[in-house]
Design a protein around this ligand. Structure first.
Ligand code: F6R
Length: 365
């Protein structure tokens, strides 16, 4: 079953070009028509004025990326909340908001309960993004998008996460088109970005030997910090979660602009700092955040793309990710942080596919 791989997680990381192209295929076939999300989607899209995303863990981070996309691409207000928080809060509901639940398994109890709670508050328009056909959460939702990641066995989510991002990107673009906010130019750009993504992800996978050598430096560490900005901040969060759950190295992620407001106090020569730094509008800001780290002796591990103009120097390691695929850059940057966590865990000899204390499907509170 594992083929040439040593673990399901490794296999699933490497299956991403295929999982993504299978998921992208259904998006391309739809031409960003509402029917991509189900027969009633046209009707639902007419009713809604905003989006409320609810999810747990890695799926919550996918939702956190989506918030940037839905607002920037569709101009539709979007909030995202951890399901276990939402369900116990006195929420002031806007029934014109589309409730989007994201769940790989479709069985996560907190996400299911958050959906039920939203319905009890008067929400009728609901969409589930899920990887398991006919599981509980999609069955309880009006609309559904099934990602085509295939079965995910490793407890740490990898291909389910990146395919969720495709579903959410498709939602942002489809909403934009429906609301008459998508220019022909932008549509072409997004289609191109989708078509090129699986190939770019394959290039990112080819970085594995370099990432493995970074992992050797990481495995003796007790702590790590992950930094990103904007749409890449949730990827920093995802990188920190992957590292802690399978290697048991304590990791935290911050939006790089927050460094000065507290976490910089943690930085010394013992602290590895991973930076997601593609060449986007925030790159110069990220660079100055990196100088703050270097000035305190922190060792930098930078994922930069071919256009970011970084050079290696004392205490600054750079891996160049493929030229970033525009708006889908967060999907691409998820790959190296998965590989980093995987190889750090291998070095430590932990049970990569079944990390201690964790279960694949969390059907209890
Ligand atoms: C982390 C991970 C978990 C899940 C979370 C939600 O690698 O896999 O954080 O993302 O338990 O699970 P689903 O998506 O099945 O609702």
């Amino acid at each position: 079953e594992l083929g040439p791989y040593n673990h399901f997680m490794q296999k699933e990381i490497h299956e991403q070009p295929k999982a993504l192209s299978d998921t992208i295929e259904q998006v391309l076939e739809s031409g960003f028509a509402p029917s991509l999300f189900g027969d009633h989607a046209q009707n639902v899209f007419e009713q809604i004025d905003s989006v409320q995303i609810l999810a747990c863990g890695t799926s919550y981070y996918a939702g956190s990326v989506a918030r940037y996309w839905v607002e920037a691409i569709a101009g539709v207000p979007c909030s995202v909340e951890i399901a276990s928080e939402y369900r116990y809060r006195d929420v002031v509901a806007n029934p014109k908001s589309l409730i989007v639940t994201i769940s790989q398994s479709g069985e996560t109890l907190d996400t299911m309960e958050a959906l039920k709670y939203a319905k009890s508050l008067g929400h009728e328009e609901t969409l589930s993004i899920c990887n398991v056909q006919e599981s509980a959460i999609p069955r309880a939702s009006k609309l559904v998008f099934y990602t085509r990641a295939g079965a995910e066995i490793g407890v740490a989510s990898t291909k389910a996460f990146t395919t969720q991002l495709i579903a959410l990107f498709a939602l942002a673009v489809t909403l934009a088109k429906f609301k008459g906010k998508l220019t022909a130019e932008k549509e072409t750009e997004y289609l191109e970005a989708l078509r090129h993504l699986p190939g770019s992800v394959q290039h990112a996978l080819n970085l594995e030997p370099q990432i493995k050598s970074w992992a050797e430096k990481f495995s003796p560490k007790d702590h790590a910090l992950f930094l990103g900005r904007g749409v890449h901040y949730p990827i920093a969060l995802e990188g920190a979660l992957k590292l802690k759950e399978i290697s048991y190295i304590h990791a935290e992620a911050y939006p790089a602009g927050e460094l000065k407001h507290g976490p910089l106090a943690l930085v010394d020569e013992k602290m590895p700092v991973v930076v997601i730094a593609p060449n986007d509008a925030l790159l110069e800001k990220v660079k100055s955040n990196m100088q703050e780290v270097r000035a305190r002796g922190g060792e930098l591990f930078v994922f930069a793309d071919l256009d970011s103009h970084f050079s290696e120097s004392e205490g600054v390691h750079v891996i160049r990710t493929p030229r970033h695929v525009g708006v889908l850059s967060p999907v691409l940057h998820a790959i190296p942080v998965q590989l980093l966590a995987y190889h750090a865990a291998l070095q430590k000899g932990t049970d990569v596919d079944k990390p201690r204390n964790l279960a694949k499907s969390v059907t209890v509170e």
